[in-house]
Design a protein around this ligand. Structure first.
Ligand code: BG6
Length: 521
């Protein structure tokens, strides 16, 4: 069953949003993975769709020597490999000519001094007003240092409003609650809060924003979003990838709890559980999310073993290909106890959600790449349909299945609602069916990448989809005791799932009382 988009206008994107003012975007870590895979393709796409103003400059800063021309050529290659948009012949004109490279060691004062001088000359030459967005796509250990230097060299000045200067920081924001608070103190010493953009790319995903649109733009579902009607909520972030490339070096220090649960997954919890915000402005939206994050029921050391399951993959087969065990991956310690899988059962102590289990699950090397939020409703109070009638080898399943509302974040982005219907025929048999809304089929467009939306918002000064320090700290407050418990109690059973399976068997016990157990989307 399909749901078509009901629209009277043309079904294509028209860039009706306001363009940012002319700007200089400085990317620290210009030769890194994130820049090539995500940031430059996102900027190219924005340029191509005319979301950027005619005057702008993107300045890559990195330690490797390179000139503007090389940077442009390499970018063009990266765009062909990683970009969603086809690279067209007008690349040099719409994007290439705006790219510059400045070789500098951003860990030193001299590096920042030379950058300050370079920007001054470049902005004069290009007649740019000096609005600057600094993007920290570096190793997190340099965040505090770069921010201090930006302030010392007046590259980002908290005393000056116009031209504006802003700083985008990538996760991880700290390693635990204490280090997150420490990082925040540094930020606040050198920048105004409105200059800081903490990015969680999940919030830029079209389908994550659609949770808000769906919940608060319709009247029929929201009255059901509470403990009266919802049996449980299940959030899955499953990945097929392992530690390809140099990823293991970073990941082995982080693990799934820090890498995905603390940020992306708890943000998804907040989006699906929050109260309607007073307005859609940054302050109100963040306030509603914060209420949820602060209401997560803390897990004591008694709770952790019962409510949280960690896992690490052994060798196995993913999408038909044999893959190594986590401990045999490049740049991973041979005796690593880092978790590549987490499942947990949490509760939110609010009037609306008290007692409703939220089951969260994420892992690498699972059978399928899928991110979804499934809201599973309670079974009807009167179980009229619950017999299984067999005649010979043939059984009629007449049992009622729960209604499930699924937000498919990726892939096949969309929303589906399952319900029971009568199977055609002479018996009164039930059959679960689905109403399905599919973004691509309904709107006939490619969805913008998360980084496109977030970069554009940061350039326009809209912090709505960025995280505030108190949200982050509330998330760390929930997660840190679990990490501490794990540190004191190293896992005894790693590896405890084969790559290509749905994770450790122990995760099954978390679903107690939840009809149907874990989903296998
Ligand atoms: C990143 C994590 O933040 O999110 C990665 O560091 C993870 O480990 C990625 O693979 C998942 O993002 P997406 O958009 O592919 O779901």
């Amino acid at each position: 069953m399909d749901v078509a988009a009901i629209t009277s206008g043309p079904r294509s994107f028209v860039p009706s949003v306001q363009q940012p003012e002319p700007f200089t975007l400085v990317i620290f870590g210009a030769t890194g993975d994130l820049t090539g895979r995500k940031l430059l393709p996102a900027l190219y796409s924005l340029a191509k769709n005319q979301y950027l103003p005619p005057h702008f400059a993107v300045v890559g800063v990195g330690r490797r020597p390179k000139n503007d021309e090389q940077f442009r050529e390499e970018t063009q290659k990266d765009l062909s490999t990683f970009g969603q948009q086809k690279v067209t012949a007008d690349f040099p004109d719409i994007f290439g000519k705006h790219l510059y490279y400045h070789p500098a060691d951003f860990t030193t004062a001299a590096g920042h001094q030379s950058l300050a001088e370079h920007l001054k000359v470049l902005e004069k030459e290009l007649d740019l007003p000096g609005n600057r967005l600094f993007y920290l796509a570096t190793d997190p250990e340099y965040f505090a240092l770069i921010i201090e230097q930006l302030s010392v060299h007046k590259l980002a000045d908290p005393q000056v409003d116009r031209p504006w200067s802003r700083v985008v920081i990538e996760k991880p924001f700290g390693h635990d609650l204490a280090s997150a608070i420490e990082l925040d103190k540094t930020l606040e010493r050198f920048l105004r809060p409105d200059q800081i953009y903490r990015i969680d790319h999940y919030l830029g995903k079209e389908t994550v924003q659609n949770i808000l649109a769906f919940r608060f733009g319709n009247s029929i579902f929201e009255p059901l979003f509470n403990r009266e009607h919802v049996e449980h909520v299940q959030i899955t972030v499953a990945e097929t990838v392992g530690m390809e490339g140099r990823r293991g070096a970073f990941y082995d220090h982080e693990g799934a709890m820090r890498d995905v649960v603390q940020n992306h997954m708890l943000q998804l919890v907040a989006m699906v559980a929050m109260e309607p915000p007073a307005t859609l402005k940054a302050r109100d939206l963040r306030r509603s999310k914060l209420q949820i994050l602060r209401s997560l029921v803390p897990l004591s050391s008694n709770d952790v073993p019962r409510r949280v399951v960690r896992g690490q993959y052994g060798q196995g087969t993913v999408e038909g290909k044999p893959v190594p065990a986590y401990r045999a991956e490049q740049a991973v310690a041979a005796n690593s106890n880092t978790e590549a899988y987490v499942a947990l059962r949490l509760e939110i102590d609010t009037w609306r959600w008290a007692g409703v289990p939220f089951l969260l699950r994420t892992g690498k090397r699972l059978p399928r790449r899928v991110t979804e939020i499934a809201v599973q409703f309670k079974l009807p109070p009167l179980r009229l349909f619950r017999t299984v009638e067999c005649e010979g080898d043939f059984c009629d399943l007449t049992e009622t299945q729960p209604n499930v509302l699924v937000f498919r974040i990726q892939p096949n982005e969309g929303i589906s609602l399952s319900f029971s219907t009568k199977r055609p025929g002479m018996n009164l048999d039930l059959l679960p069916v689905r109403m399905d809304f599919d973004y691509r089929n309904s709107f006939h467009v490619e969805l913008p990448e998360a980084y496109e939306r977030l970069l554009l918002d940061a350039l326009r000064g809209d912090a709505t989809l960025f995280m505030r320090s108190d949200e982050l700290e509330a998330a760390w407050e929930f997660v840190t005791p679990i990490l501490q418990f794990w540190q004191q109690h190293p896992p005894e059973d790693f590896p405890n799932y084969a790559a290509g399976t749905w994770g450790p068997a122990g995760a099954g016990r978390l679903t107690e009382g939840c009809t149907g157990g874990w989903r296998y989307p």
